[in-house]
Ligand binder design. Sequence first.
Ligand code: AMP
Ligand code: ZN
Length: 466
Amino acid sequence: MDLQEVSLYNTFTRHKDGLKPLQAGEVRIYSCGPTVYRYVHVGNLRTFMLPDLLCRSLEYLGYRTEQVMNITDVGHLVDDTFDRGEDKMLVSARLEKKSPEEIASYYTSAFMADAAKLNIRRAATYPHASEYIPQMVELINKLIEKGHAYEVDGTVYFDIASFSKYGRLSGNSTDKLLAGSRGEVDPRKRHPGDFTLWKAAGEHRLQVWPSPWGPGFPGWHIECSAMSMTLLGERFDIHTGGADNVFPHHEAEIAQSEGVTGHRVVSLWMHGGLLLLAGARMAKSAGNFFRVTELEEQGFDPLAFRYLALQAKYRTKLNFSTEGLAGADRALRQLRERVAEWSRQAGDGDQGDSWDEKFRAALADDLDLPAAMALVAELTRADIAPAVKARLLVSWNRVLGLDLDRSSPEAALPEGAADLLARRERARAVKDFATSDRLREELAGIGVAVTDTAEGQTWKVAGRTT
Ligand code: AMP
Ligand code: ZN
């Protein structure tokens, strides 16, 4: 299959760059994964949808993909920016009276189950940070040798002044960093912005490893340099994460990986926009979050969240609301019913190709899924053979992951209803209310009660709302 040119927004260059895989036709991706000390919320899952959509889109466009997503099970401190506070894993272990390993294994399984509910496909590999300590120690040794790191009392710091590109990714200057740390500086650091590569164990008794600098544990940032380069090599195509990972996590990762290798390691940096709840960032620590299972308990299809997320550009912030989710849930069920109805109809046509070209073009333009979803809506209203519509939607579902081909008999509309509903939507679009009223009656006659809402028509079949 021919490969389509793809452009992706690169946080590092601050514009869309053409994707040029290092190995022809194959895109190798590293994604920051969860810190497994609590349940993931739908904000985290939105970030994990980014590499999923990236891989699905690239595969649709003819590329092969390899995705690595790490599991952080050690070293992520409560305060990322200044390496302060307790390790998140140990806080949970203490609160839940379990070992860090038990905590990690429980929340890793919960993460996998929650991700599966959103049809987030599994990565090829899920490295656990705690299994890569020797590789981290080796990197830190090299950084010390090359003059990028220094040790004080068993703790090793990265010397940001030794790396001239430091601050390029996030646009953080050393002055800004100084301002941010006022009054709270670790006196052993040469510069307040220096970050920890290895932390002396101190009072810690759990999750401690021997090292050339004495017993301790790794900093969060070195973990991703070690896992990404061990599994994908010293150069790979794409690194993904959430917008809040740009600084300090990815800024630090660039300094470490490039400090050791002396060259660029990641070709393209992609970051997903944050999910907000009532205007504030959804966060585990703030407690203002929903798990996908909670949405399910409220009666929503988990994939309604995926549908909602697909309607916003992956890089923008997205405000989550139950009303928005309810609209997405209705639209998704309706779409599935139409696909089921249209698939039952015979017929063929060649109008499909130009639609598919547009769909591909949207994906290739920095994963423009809102444009792809607009195309879905346009297609449902278009005057082309229903069988062609169904075929296209089932094919696009390989990227959208909305189970559009899921046919649930209890949800099915009566014969002919989907067509009447589509005709009625078209009539309403051109303000032909006489026709839309007549179609409403016709639908009522076959047991489908239609209501008009701000988002379009909704309907009820045999006592069930869709
Ligand atoms: P954590 O488990 O805290 O390391 O977070 C896992 C991922 O979720 C990170 O890549 C974060 O960038 C991302 N993340 C955290 N909060 C949000 C949010 N409100 N919206 C989107 N992504 C988030
Ligand atoms: Zn990471």
